[in-house]
Design a protein around this ligand. Sequence first.
Ligand SMILES: NC(=O)c1ccc[n+]([C@@H]2O[C@H](COP(=O)([O-])OP(=O)(O)OC[C@H]3O[C@@H](n4cnc5c(N)ncnc54)[C@H](O)[C@@H]3O)[C@@H](O)[C@H]2O)c1
Length: 250
Amino acid sequence: MHISLVGFGKMGHVVYRTAIQLGHSIDSIIDPYSDDPLVTSKVLTAESLGSCDLVIEFSHHEGIMDRLEMYQVAKTPSVIATTGWYDKLEEIEEKYSDCEAPIIWSGNFALGVHLFFSIVKEAARLMNNFEEYDAVVQELFHSRKGDSPSGTSYMLGKILTDELSGKDSIITSRLDRKRRDNEIHISSARGGSNPGVHTVIFDSAADSVEITHRARNREGFAKGALRAGEWLLGRQGGIYTINDFMNDIN
Ligand SMILES: NC(=O)c1ccc[n+]([C@@H]2O[C@H](COP(=O)([O-])OP(=O)(O)OC[C@H]3O[C@@H](n4cnc5c(N)ncnc54)[C@H](O)[C@@H]3O)[C@@H](O)[C@H]2O)c1
């Protein structure tokens, strides 16, 4: 693919290296604030995008509306990995529901995480028939992470409360009481430099079934964005989520 990158920070650099390793070519790099010599323009226009097949953006939520508009003017499919604009999600989904150049967005393009969600969902569906198993979520992250629980843990809690009958409440704080039967407890530990481990445990008196996802580095996000971009090129106009892509390839 011929790719334009919008945003050339930590993730932009990883996408650049990964795309080249995978045999794609980076035609242009647009970032208003970067002085990196690889940046081809500080201004996003149809001309600075050039005649690429695809835009991948890992930038900043400010200006998202203008950038989405520009991708349509340039008739260029776009992978929106930038986060933080979800207060505009409804407006954007409505505006671009039948746009010409397809758009795919996700707050997490690491495909392993989405496979993990599907596996946990299916496991919870099976466990519903065996009431001796009780579910719990544990996560471990590096000491510099600024929040807890992680968005991924919260998603796991949501999958479990949606799928398990009798569970309808997610608890993320320490407990100074017994956990109630309707609750899923998420515990978060912080330390070291671990980029993120999530485990869902289905525990019974006889044994324990544990499903774990371990992140290793940022490459997973880059590879997922590139895979989703390849998929997007064959799609009609409109706005897609990563679930559309995952469901289509499964
Ligand atoms: N969806 C995912 O899988 C995923 C994974 C990691 C990070 N992210 C998100 O991607 C974004 C970038 O992450 P990062 O770690 O590279 O951050 P970063 O701060 O290292 O880089 C952001 C870059 O965007 C540039 N930028 C700012 N405004 C811009 C604009 N209007 N147009 C183009 N570029 C602009 C900045 O100059 C900077 O170089 C964040 O929103 C982050 O949350 C998403």
